[in-house]
Ligand binder design. Structure first.
Ligand code: ASP
Ligand code: MG
Length: 297
């Protein structure tokens, strides 16, 4: 599905920001907590599960030789992950800094997988480690980008790739400090990563692909009459996020807002849908924030 979406947008020179596979971040967190409490067996079993899921997906998407190469990379990463869990078991110390290091594995795995899958589909994909370009302060668990150096590094790495016709693929959510210590941008932070990258390279639009049709009036899993909000202003969208709408990370819009880049929230299961457009100007028509019920799930 994601491959089709990218293929349809090659002319626009896309950059891809990939989240961890569903639930992986929660599972990594669970594994870290278990290891630090001395339950190493359960932590390793959780990680094993994550490994099998990636392997199965790779198996379904890749040819035997590409699968072999990715598998070698993934095995190395998983060994590092397992040895980190051993360290946590020994130290019994799992602070936010250790958590960031642990959680960053999820986006590393998924972005490598997607990059290989795109190459397999004949696209010129180029995996870029987001931790080498998105530089943040050391507020672990909720780090903020150091804008100048981040913008510069992203441009330096991404522009030549884009010029040569490659599709850069980066893990969302993950970054690092000036000294290269892994950080994360807060849960759900891949949307933020997309806006950071979009702003740095002067993108004409940022698209956030989710499993709902766009920003909805209420939670479609709870209310069958949930409707898609077709257009929102940045202010209204930030309010929605602030009040707990799950679809957007509260800080996501800041870089896009700064550069006046419209943000689209779209459904990957219904790629032809209109989704929601969030743009700099106030929403038109009867689109009024006060009408919407806001949910948190
Ligand atoms: N994987 C991270 C999380 O679950 C980031 C994201 O998905 O946007 O919070
Ligand atoms: Mg998300």
């Amino acid at each position: 599905m994601a491959i089709g979406i990218v293929e349809g947008r090659l002319g626009a020179k896309p950059v891809l920001i990939i989240s961890a596979l569903a639930k992986v971040t929660d599972q990594l967190l669970e594994a870290g907590n278990a290891a630090a409490k001395g339950h190493l067996g359960s932590a390793l079993a959780t990680v094993r599960n994550i490994y099998v899921r990636h392997e199965e997906l790779a198996d379904s998407l890749l040819s035997a030789s590409a699968y072999g190469s990715l598998d070698r990379e993934l095995r190395g990463e998983f060994q590092a992950l397992e040895s980190f869990l051993h360290d946590l078991e020994t130290s019994r110390y799992f602070d936010l800094k250790a958590q960031d290091r642990l959680l960053s594995f999820g986006e590393c795995f998924s972005s490598k997988l997607v990059s290989w899958a795109l190459s397999e589909a004949g696209l010129q994909a180029a995996h870029v480690d987001a931790r080498t370009c998105i530089v943040t302060d050391a507020r672990h668990g909720q780090a903020s980008p150091l804008w100048d150096v981040t913008d510069q590094r992203l441009r330096d790495v991404l522009n030549p790739l884009l010029q040569s016709g490659s599709v850069p693929v980066l893990g969302g959510f993950i970054a690092s400090t000036m000294d290269g210590v892994p950080t994360t941008l807060g849960r759900g932070g891949s949307d933020f990563s997309a806006a950071i990258v979009g702003a740095a390279v002067g993108a004409s639009r940022v698209e956030i692909w989710t499993d709902v049709d766009g920003v909805m009036t209420t939670d479609p899993k709870i209310c069958s009459d949930a409707r898609v909000i077709r257009m929102l202003s940045f202010d209204e969208a930030a309010d929605l996020a602030h009040f707990g709408a799950k679809v957007l990370h509260p800080a996501t819009l800041a870089p896009a807002m700064r550069e006046n880049i419209p943000v689209y929230v779209l459904n990957s299961r219904q790629p032809e849908g209109h989704g929601t457009e969030i743009n700099p100007v106030a929403a038109r028509g009867r689109c009024c924030f006060a009408e919407y019920r806001v949910w948190s799930a």
